[in-house]
Design a protein around this ligand. Structure first.
Ligand SMILES: [Ca+2]
Ligand SMILES: [Ca+2]
Ligand SMILES: [Ca+2]
Ligand SMILES: [Ca+2]
Length: 376
């Protein structure tokens, strides 16, 4: 390395996005989003086989659509209008035309926004779905088993999940279900393995997970599951390889990820508590080190450390040396951005108002994509 390059590397190391000395010092690709990005959704929006991203910007009444270039960067960055305070977005084919659509929950406005995809990365809309007060997160799930995706929306103030049924591609209010007080994030699961989607919702006020088991005629509540304080993002996988779905949740108030194994009937048994750094928030499951066993990656909002926990296939997890990144990572996704078969990371930074991408090396390490030191 030349002296000039070494000096540049030192400057980058000193910068806000420096990685740990035990990782190669360089910058993650850093793609702008709207102000206060809040969550992330993944889907192939233009049909080229590479996953694309959508991020709602809570302070700007917009969602940012990022079309991947297949090299860890983005070929297109587009803002779409949403309602007030968009906090969550989901991707799914609402109208059955084979092209993926977007549904955004607008917490401030108490509405949903629908954008209809053209399958090439473009969108029509917005269409507003009114009267969903306190809509804070949602899952797209075929609740009434008619082959069309419905929207299960968490209403933070009402302590309920409201199902909006899909009638000819339009969402109309249906049944609602009580959940733990101050609910926040919902995840779609199949904890009892009956092929019908279940929902798990974390409660900020009661520190429980509410499990709603999918039945042919709607949801049936299971017993609430005690968890840590302020449960945020959840991840699903089969940690102990018994064929039953398991769950983990980042609990910001406990600086921990709480790990459960599922009993195959909807019950969850706490099996581990992983120290995750200060204020953990984002969480995703994937096999990061290529041993065929599912791992976890957790990001923090205040800790400046973001950690992969490698699964042992028996329900245990061992932390890797943390990625040190001076950024408030509020959400993340594990996905293969360069199609090399190794899981990469897309990190949503609330402090930088960006999505940062890091390439997984398939051995549990992460580094910037080639040519991705900053902007394209
Ligand atoms: Ca794509
Ligand atoms: Ca299991
Ligand atoms: Ca693994
Ligand atoms: Ca990859």
């Amino acid at each position: 390395m030349s002296g000039g390059r070494a000096a540049l590397a030192l400057v980058l190391l000193a910068g806000a996005l420096a990685l740990a000395p035990d990782r190669r010092p360089a910058r993650a690709h850093d793609e702008p989003t709207g102000f206060f990005p809040h969550s992330i959704a993944v889907g192939d929006l233009n049909g080229d086989g590479v996953p694309d991203l959508v991020v709602p910007a809570a302070a700007q009444r917009q969602v940012t659509v990022l079309i991947s270039d297949g090299r860890g960067g983005f070929s297109h960055n587009q803002s779409l209008a949403a309602g007030t305070g968009p906090s969550w977005v989901e991707i799914g084919d609402l109208d059955g035309d084979g092209a993926l659509d977007l549904v955004t929950a607008n917490t401030g406005g108490g509405t949903l926004t629908v954008h209809r995809g053209d399958g090439r990365g473009g969108f029509r809309g917005p269409e507003e779905v009114p009267d969903v007060p306190g809509a804070v997160s949602l899952a797209l799930v075929d609740v009434n088993r008619d082959g069309r995706l419905d929207a299960a929306v968490v209403q933070a103030r009402d302590n309920r999940v409201l199902v909006l049924e899909n009638h000819g591609g339009r969402l109309r209010p249906g049944r609602s279900y009580p959940v733990g007080r101050a609910p926040h994030i919902v995840i779609r699961a199949d904890l009892d393995g009956n092929g019908i989607a279940d929902l798990v919702v974390g409660s900020f006020a009661r520190h429980v997970l509410t499990v709603l088991l999918g039945r042919p005629d709607g949801f049936a509540p299971a017993a609430d599951v005690p968890t840590g304080r302020f449960p945020h993002y959840m991840a699903l996988g089969d940690w102990n390889r018994d064929g039953r779905q398991d769950l983990a949740v980042a609990c910001a108030g406990d600086d921990a990820v709480v790990v459960y194994t599922g009993d195959g009937t909807g019950g969850l048994r706490k099996t581990a508590t992983l120290a995750a750094g200060v204020n953990p928030h984002g969480l995703a499951a994937a096999d990061f080190n290529g041993d065929g066993l599912t791992d976890l990656f957790v990001s923090t909002r205040s800790g400046e450390v973001h950690t992969a926990f490698l699964g042992d296939g028996q329900g245990g997890f061992t932390p890797s040396p943390p990625l040190r990144l001076k950024a408030d990572i509020i959400a993340l996704a594990a996905l293969d951005l360069d199609r090399d078969g190794h899981a990469d990371l897309a990190l949503v930074s609330a402090s930088h108002n960006t999505v940062m991408t890091l390439r997984g090396d398939g051995r549990g390490g992460f580094a910037p994509f080639a040519g991705g030191d900053g902007r394209r």
